[in-house]
Structure formats: structure tokens, C-alpha cells
Design a protein around this ligand. Sequence first.
Ligand code: OAD
Length: 233
Amino acid sequence: MTVMRNIVILTGAGISAESGIATFRGPGGLWEGHRVEDVCTPEALAADPVLVHRFYDLRRAALRDVRPNPAHEALARLDREWSGALLIVTQNVDDLHERAGARRLLHMHGALNQALCAACAARFDWTADLPPGTPCPTCHAPALRPDIVFFGEISYGMDRIEAALAEADLFVSIGTSGAVYPAAGFVRMAQACGAATLELNLDRSEGSGWFDESRLGPAGQLVPAWVEQMLSA
Ligand code: OAD
């Protein structure tokens, strides 16, 4: 039997659903009432910066009213107690993994609580509203924008993610529809490098057939049970 040492975990909107944060592809395919292309593309930001900045201001403000759920807490426990390599790669822009205590964490699609300067690429922690034209504290250009990876932009941390996948014994995907690349391709990258693969999701994702095993149900139940299994093995 393979000894499990190195784990890569991918999370998506489904892990935060039980905390009360809407998923992206819910009923009607709208994200909080908007088409994704109207609030999550460089073209949308250029065409209507007031709408796009306001949209992320509202998502950022909503973080104050939500709490990590048992799935975030279980992954934070795994992060604390797992002695092998571990990387939690999240597509989520909320801060619930870190508020639960996860440290070995990478936000591949950016973070609501950060601002990015479009002029000098400096990043800043940011918890207040961020109107268009806000000056960059470093270069003073009026160019701060939400630090969100829009469609057509390059996901963060790909070198680190690919290196972790190459060494992984186990890849686990939690609460993601498998509709957005490059994250949707991680299962095949991990498999090509010899990792076992497990999906924990409410229903079958688009890439479900690629996984060695799929466990279907709410993350708040499935994730704590899986973490307990890993730590007691
Ligand atoms: P989606 O909204 O596409 O998918 C969420 C998945 O979570 C679905 O498969 C649901 O069935 C599942 N789900 C819902 N509730 C759940 C629960 N309680 N427990 C477990 N699973 C549950 O969200 P993502 O896959 O994260 O990109 O979307 C990927 C990316 O598309 C996002 O990061 C975002 C978006 O456009 C950017 O912002 C760049």
C-alpha cells in the first residue's frame, strides 16, 4: 500500500456554501445576480469600473457576516497536524480558510481582502471599500483594483502548485464544479504524476469521471470525516 505523505487539496465555492457565501454557478448561473462576464473580466473592469469595484466592495463587506464552517475547520486541523507536505489551493476569494487557521494556503484566484496596483503590481491588505481611482500607496498612480484574477488573466502560484502536484501522493478536490481551468486540470496532472485522487462534492463535478473516488454530500460533513480518517490512519 502507498504511504500517503504529500497532499494537495483544491477547494472551490462549495466549501464556503454552508457559511452562507453563494456559489458561482448556482440556480440561473448568476453570481449574486450578475453574469460572471459582467463582473469578472478585464473588459468589464475597463467598461464599467464603478459597477465592478462596487460588486467586490459588497462581497468584501459580506465577509464580516460569515464564519468558517466545519469543513474549513477540519482542513485547518489537517494543516496543523499533518506532518507530510500539504498545500491547500483555493479558488475562493473569501478568507474563511485563513480565519479557520489554515497556513499552508494559496489563493490562486486572488483575495477580496487585497488590493492590486494595476500600474506597479504592488499588493496591499485591504478591508475597506475600494472606489475606482484610489491611489496606490507605493507609486501613487490612481490604479488600485480588487486583487481578483479575472477570466483571461493568469492564475497565481502556478509554479508552486505544479511542483506540489508533481510530488503529491494524494489530490483531493472539494466543492468545485470543475468548470474553470487551470484548476479543473489539476486532477489529471496529479494522476499523471502517480497521485491517488478523491473528490468531495455535493454532486458530481464536470471532471468527476477522472477521480479514483467520489464522495457526494455537503462539505461540512464529508470533510471532517475525511480528515479524521487521514489523521487516524
Ligand atoms: P462553482 O459555483 O462553479 O461550483 C461549486 C460546486 O460546489 C458545485 O459543484 C456544487 O455542487 C458544489 N457545492 C455546493 N454546495 C456544496 C456543499 N455544501 N458542499 C460541497 N459541495 C457543494 O464554484 P467553483 O468551482 O469554485 O473564478 O468556481 C470556480 C471559479 O469560477 C471561481 O473561482 C470563480 C468562478 O468564475 C474567479 O473568480 C476567477
